[in-house]
Design a protein around this ligand. Structure first.
Ligand code: R5P
Length: 305
């Protein structure tokens, strides 16, 4: 009878996952050669150690100095290695932050449909199931729909944020989405927090320069706490604009809550500088500041099947 084995770096995230699943964890070394080439090594002690076992590979992308290209290559090399040399009988992959998801459309002629191509690369390498968290798909519609053969499972990361927000003494919270796409998430978090007060600003992004313009909706937030909610913070521009606006409208405290702390460059400073009192993000990327965890939901999903 094959055993289920977790393979991934032995960090707190994976240790917690393995312990809650009641399975063993095989550590990984994320080696980078001087020229940038990657050599992810699965730390088995001898050939054949996990041959025939059902492997769940769990790899997270580092935040801040993040490199989605390197991350993707690392995942692809590891899946192929597990299939061809390590001899796993089946391979499931946990990629809490699914890279390239935002390019889920051909916005301008000649652009690639990256989200779909990345999904195809994963299944062609040998992934049978891919677990991801709050995948940023607004055009394609569904994460499973990106795959031809593999099973795509998209878990909401907003429950983990709401669990942390519930422990904060929020004063008449108002949930704000920084753009209309995020309205559905603002509604989800509002429901978790038991409030009907949520709204969205309007954001336009220049597709050439990436510059963001946020159109504010005036709301009566004087003396109340604002929770600005989004899926991803990359450069921090979207979040900072919304945080600044609610602060200027008189919010008592502003909580910046987001699932994926990609946090490029000075993104965190921009959000704090705009007036955020507290930043709450999940552990979908490797970031020491994460206060929320998606581990329980992953365990529920994996055990449920
Ligand atoms: C885009 O629509 C996403 O939901 C985020 O709002 C966006 O990725 C954030 O990007 P940035 O932090 O660079 O403004």
């Amino acid at each position: 009878m094959p055993k289920v084995i977790l393979v991934g770096p032995a960090d707190d995230f994976n240790k917690n996952l393995a312990s809650k699943m009641g399975i063993s964890l095989v550590d990984m070394q994320r080696r980078v050669f001087p020229d940038g080439e990657l050599c992810p090594r699965i730390l088995i002690e001898k050939e054949g150690q996990i041959r025939g076992e059902e492997v769940i590979l769990s790899l997270r992308m580092p935040s801040k100095a993040c490199n989605p290209n390197a991350y993707l290559i690392e995942v692809l090399l590891s899946i192929r290695n597990l299939r061809e040399h390590i001899g796993a009988s089946s391979i499931r992959v946990i990629m809490p932050y699914f890279p390239y998801a935002r390019q889920d459309n051909i916005f301008r002629p000649g652009e690639p449909l990256s989200a779909k191509y990345v999904a195809n690369l994963l299944e062609k390498a040998g992934a049978e199931t891919v677990y991801a968290v709050t995948v940023h798909l607004h055009r394609v519609g569904s994460f499973p729909g990106l795959f031809q053969k593999a099973r795509g499972v998209n878990i909401s990361g907003f429950r983990s944020l709401a669990e942390v927000l519930k422990k904060v003494d929020l004063q008449k919270p108002y949930i704000i989405a920084p753009d209309e796409e995020a309205m559905v998430w603002a509604k989800e978090v509002a429901e978790y927090l038991g409030t009907e007060d949520y709204t969205a600003f309007i954001k336009e992004r220049d597709v050439e320069t990436g510059e963001i313009k946020t159109t504010i909706k005036e709301i009566d937030i004087e003396g109340r706490d604002a929770v600005v909610i989004d899926d991803i913070v990359s450069t921090g521009g979207t979040m900072a604009n919304a945080v600044r606006a609610v602060k200027e409208m008189g919010a008592r405290k502003v909580y910046s809550a987001f699932v994926h702390p990609v946090l490029v460059g000075n993104a965190l400073d921009r959000i704090i500088g705009a007036g955020a009192n507290e930043v709450i993000a999940a552990d979908t990327l490797i970031w020491e500041g994460s206060k929320a965890s998606v581990v329980n939901q992953l365990v529920e999903e994996i055990k449920g099947r």
